[in-house]
Unconditional design. Structure first.
Length: 386
């Protein structure tokens, strides 16, 4: 059965390799099964039968190739899958009059093609349909053998036993590919859940912070409005108190948001390292010897997030090294990875490295990038002196 693959940015390197390996393995096995029907073409003396047999085998091979690609390709539409199944069934039926007469009693040509038909079922349909298809293919193979002369027992053995064996191998590979896709879907869902939980936590903190203040401010404003006609002096005091509460709430809100923006650099190093490793990138992290000043740590954390994102989005990295050091009054972070052919342009949805360079310049720091021999390096420096 064709399965949908999640579109997860970056997590695709490991999945890309698994997909390529699965596709090569499936294609190699099925190509081997088509060599044996082609042997019958070499043993057929009639040129017209050779031509018709070649057309039948080629048509089946073409549909089979599309089915192979679709089996390990992310999310083909349901309509496409149905059309592929109809095409598969159509070329199979067409192959009977075209291929069955080839080689006569010298070679069970259609029996070998029937084995390929049975073996290809798991690429397009649930594995439970393999046995019914195998029974129909065996019946056709026996009928063809009885009409054209090949050994009935041999045809039965080739189409039934070999076909089921090929289907079992293909079914296992497709099943294992589905497991990999589901694991990647689970990882992406977990990442979305963590982000959602963080948003909920932030919303809860803001609610707890502002809820009480806003309630009291609303009551004070309502009281001031009621007192204004009869007791302007007290109404003014209540309005002033509401103003003071609003200013306090605003100060606390800014302090809360500021606390969220000042991330822990050590936590960021751990998180980026884990994300890269989970995406199949060998990641080495060398943290600073001591604790960096908060402002320097905040600036480097922003660069680290952008650099880690670039590794996942704009390269096929096999390894990445992140190193942070402190030299006198300067903190230096270097992020190096392979798998880059052309330096990536800044992401239009983010500030990118160019925007970070401007940000560091305001803080007295610098950001440099270079690409050589497929290795991309980001180097950021920020002052640590007060």
């Amino acid at each position: 059965m064709v399965v949908a693959e999640p579109t997860v940015s970056g997590g695709g390197r490991t999945l890309f390799r698994a997909r390529a390996a699965t596709l090569v393995s499936l294609a190699s096995g099925m190509a081997g099964t088509l060599v044996l029907p082609a042997v019958g073409l070499a043993r057929e003396p009639d040129a017209w039968r050779v031509a018709s047999g070649a057309v039948g085998i080629a048509a089946f091979a073409l549909v089979l190739a599309v089915a192979l690609y679709a089996a390990v390709t992310p999310g083909p539409a349901g309509g496409l899958r149905r059309r592929l199944r109809y095409a598969y069934a159509g070329v199979t039926v067409l192959s009977v009059p075209l291929v069955a007469p080839v080689a006569g009693d010298a070679w069970p040509t259609w029996a070998w093609l029937g084995a390929a038909v049975v073996g290809g079922v798991p690429l397009l349909a649930p594995f439970r349909l393999v046995v019914p298809v195998a029974l129909v293919a065996v019946a056709v193979s026996v009928a063809v053998a009885g009409a054209t002369g090949p050994s009935v027992g041999r045809s039965l053995l080739v189409t039934g036993v070999l076909g089921l064996g090929i289907a079992a191998v293909n079914g296992f590979q497709v099943w294992f590919w589905r497991l990999l896709v589901q694991a990647e879907q689970g990882r992406a869902a977990q990442a979305r859940l963590v982000a959602a939980q963080e948003r909920l936590r932030f919303a809860a903190d803001v609610h707890d912070l502002l809820g009480h203040h806003l309630t009291v401010i609303a009551l004070k404003a309502e009281l001031a409005a009621r007192l204004a006609p009869d007791d302007p002096e007290r109404a003014g005091r209540e309005a002033a108190e509401a103003q003071r509460l609003a200013a306090t709430a605003l100060t606390e809100l800014r302090r809360t948001v500021h606390g969220y923006r000042r991330v822990d650099l050590a936590e960021q190093l751990t998180a980026v390292g884990e994300v890269l490793r989970s995406s199949g990138v060998r990641c080495t992290v060398v943290p600073p010897a001591g604790e960096l000043p908060p402002e320097a740590a905040t600036q480097l954390a922003a660069v680290l997030r952008e650099a880690g994102t670039n590794v996942l989005r704009h390269s096929r990295a096999g390894w990445c090294r992140i190193e942070i050091s402190q030299e006198e009054d300067v903190a230096r972070m270097t992020v190096t990875n392979d798998g880059v052919t052309v330096p990536a342009a800044p992401d239009r949805h983010s500030h990118g490295l160019r925007g970070l360079a401007d940000r560091l310049a305001v803080a007295g720091g610098q950001l440099h990038t270079r690409c050589a021999d497929g290795v991309f390096t980001v180097e950021a420096t920020v002052p640590t002196a007060a």
